[in-house]
Write a protein that binds this ligand. Structure first.
Ligand SMILES: NC(=O)c1ccc[n+]([C@@H]2O[C@H](COP(=O)([O-])OP(=O)(O)OC[C@H]3O[C@@H](n4cnc5c(N)ncnc54)[C@H](O)[C@@H]3O)[C@@H](O)[C@H]2O)c1
Length: 437
């Protein structure tokens, strides 16, 4: 379903009218394409307090293809190293650094602030670092014109943050804004030989891949070099075979709620090993709790949560993951903010956030596998096209970018999480939805 408001609002008359009527002013987002793989323009590198990485950070940014600006004229990205902010005084240097340049940031530009995790043993440092969270969330709401702001809390060497910085400082992160992401620990990193095909030689399995977000995930993982097995219910076999054929992957028709789903996945893997598992399959069966028959509860919890737990456990137990394996599950902003008529769905998706938080450190310690989640907001798919017009319009506009995301936005985020450098994170792909922000 085309977003006609977005198309109109980005014309000359549309811009004029929306500005004068005080209506949302979404910008056309620049997404990744082979012709447009990078943010065009210079990157401004600033510090608040003393930089923790005076040599390593410029080297990393330069090797990632950025030209570090010598002037403040229309940078396409601003990176502010605030990792050494330890008190209210050094925090004020964030204002000093960004106040003169923020207006200058180009359309579709990026502001990335590097912070440190709040230190439980130092309440001044913790206060100042937590302050960056409120700062970034507010700035992301102010920026407009397709510009985004993100806080990256760095743990360990800056090299661990490289996949994250490459993602955030590229068109691939067009719909990710207002987020707080912690990178590290160091053992989550496996720098690729070729950053243009960072998943080369890796095998991936994507559930719910016959259409929608799952299809886009399979496509982007393939573009990034992975060999993909696409799984979906047997009734979707025709679509599944078509998509698998188009991508050169293999199709696995299987209901993930089947009691032996984990074993059947393990048996279907090329060479019996798996590097990347994307739990994307999901369903909704909406009703207010008072009207919700038990079947609606169990079917949603079975597909969205119980099957994710069961297949993850089975594959970890079978030793199916190679070291450096990645598990990426799919939550939802409904699981973070709650949504009327979705007690079942929101419970299942909040369960995913709990699963990720708990399993991530153990899966890394015991299997060398990272566990993260994406939490999509309003994404333009068949699922959301079926939503009544007024609710759909509200869903599209109620975020800082004033528009719905595309399946590819979730797919790009998934591919970045598959590259490593992060563990235990739930990253919202929601244009900073006002729900649960
Ligand atoms: N579209 C959105 O706005 C949005 C927002 C938040 C979260 N999500 C989540 O993203 C994921 C994908 O959503 P989508 O919009 O692409 O949905 P979709 O309905 O278009 O696709 C879901 C796919 O999962 C498959 N599936 C369902 N049950 C299955 C089972 N038991 N075994 C195997 N496959 C099964 C379906 O056949 C379908 O192909 C879901 O987990 C959904 O909850 C979507």
């Amino acid at each position: 379903m085309a977003d006609r408001y977005l198309t109109f609002a980005t014309t000359g008359p549309g811009r004029f009218l929306t500005r004068h009527l005080g209506l949302p002013q979404p910008a056309q987002l620049h997404r990744h394409s082979p012709e447009h793989p990078t943010l065009d323009g210079e990157l401004l590198l600033l510090t608040a307090g003393k930089s923790t990485y005076p040599a390593d950070l410029p080297t990393l940014l330069t090797s990632a293809g950025h030209t570090i600006a010598s002037t403040t004229h229309h940078p396409t990205a601003v990176v502010l190293d605030a990792t050494a902010v330890t008190d209210v005084e050094t925090l004020s240097e964030v204002h000093t650094a960004l106040h003169p340049v923020v207006r200058e940031v180009a359309e579709n530009g990026r502001v990335v602030i590097l912070g440190s995790p709040p230190d439980p043993a130092d309440h001044h440092q913790a206060a100042a670092q937590q302050a960056l969270e409120g700062f970034v969330r507010s700035l992301a709401k102010e920026l407009g014109r397709g510009r985004t702001a993100t806080l990256v809390r760095v743990t360990g060497p800056i090299a661990t943050a490289e996949p994250t910085l490459r993602f955030l400082l590229s068109p691939k992160s067009a719909y990710v804004t207002g987020q707080i992401i912690q990178t590290g620990p160091a053992e989550t990193l496996a720098a690729p030989a070729d950053w243009d095909r960072p998943l080369a030689g890796r095998t991936a399995l994507v559930t719910g891949a016959a259409r929608g977000i799952g299809e886009a995930v399979a496509e982007v993982l393939t573009r990034d070099g992975a060999t993909v097995t696409l799984l979906d219910v047997p009734s979707a076999q025709q679509d599944l075979t078509r998509v698998a054929g188009r991508l050169g992957g293999s199709a696995l028709p299987l209901d993930i709620t089947a009691p032996d789903a984990g074993d059947r996945i393990a048996a279907a893997l090329p060479d019996g090993r798996l590097d990347i598992l994307v739990h994307n399959a999901g369903i909704t069966r909406d009703r207010k709790l008072a009207n919700m028959a038990r079947e609606r509860w169990t079917s949603v919890l079975d597909v969205n949560l119980a099957a994710v737990l069961a297949t993850t456990d089975a594959l970890l137990k079978a030793g199916a993951f190679s070291p450096g394996g990645r598990i990426i599950a799919t939550a939802s902003i409904a699981g973070i903010a709650g949504n009327a008529g979705q007690t079942n769905y929101a419970a299942s998706k909040a369960g995913i956030v709990g699963l990720v938080r708990s399993l991530a450190p153990r899966a890394l310690a015991e299997h060398g596998v990272t566990v993260n989640a994406v939490a999509p907001g309003f994404i333009e798919t068949r699922m959301t096209a079926a939503v009544p017009l007024l609710i759909r319009e509200a869903g599209r506009r109620m975020n800082s970018l004033g528009q719905g995301g595309l399946p590819v936005d979730v797919a790009e985020t998934t591919s970045w999480l598959a590259q490593g450098g992060v563990n235990g994170q739930t990253v919202r792909v929601c244009g900073q939805s006002l729900l649960g922000s």
